[in-house]
Write a protein of this length. Structure first.
Length: 155
């Protein structure tokens, strides 16, 4: 594996955080609110939410990149698709399992970073409509939540 391929994969993964932030703020809290609403307003008793369709929608570019890259001797499209896919896997573990506890594992942590992520997301969910909000990212959290998590760990 060439270094450039690893760099493409890492750069794609990092860019996905910015893309996810923008998509969350302007699509999910915009014209896609119809699908995202049930994620903020828990009035369903099902394990699945309409919001879960976004997981499928955002998987499509990764699948296309992997497919095109495989057809072209593992060219850069493959590594872009793999970066998108790895971000999707990270999103599933951090957002769905760790933060929202859709599976009751990874409940407690001593990590300042993970507590800051959880707090930032909790603050995001205090808003129940699409017009207000903060902390739209997943892995990049505003500094104020790091400070708060650090104070908590110092006790």
């Amino acid at each position: 594996m060439r270094l450039i391929n690893i760099l493409i994969l890492i750069a794609t993964f990092l860019c996905m955080e910015a893309i996810a932030w923008l998509a969350h703020k302007y699509i999910m809290h915009g014209f896609g609110w119809y699908l995202h609403r049930d994620h903020h307003q828990k009035n369903i008793s099902s394990f699945f939410e309409k919001n879960d369709y976004f997981f499928l929608i955002f998987a499509i570019p990764g699948i296309i990149g992997l497919f095109v890259g495989l057809q072209n001797n593992f060219n850069y499209f493959f590594w872009i698709g793999l970066g998108i896919t790895f971000y999707g896997i990270a999103y599933f573990f951090v957002h769905d399992i760790f933060i929202h506890q859709r599976f009751k594992i990874f409940r407690n942590t001593d990590s300042v970073y993970l507590r800051a992520i959880r707090k930032g997301h909790k603050m995001h969910h205090k808003y129940l409509d699409k017009y207000e909000g903060e902390s739209f990212g997943m892995l990049w959290v505003p500094l104020k939540y790091f400070r708060e998590a650090f104070k908590y760990s110092a006790k």
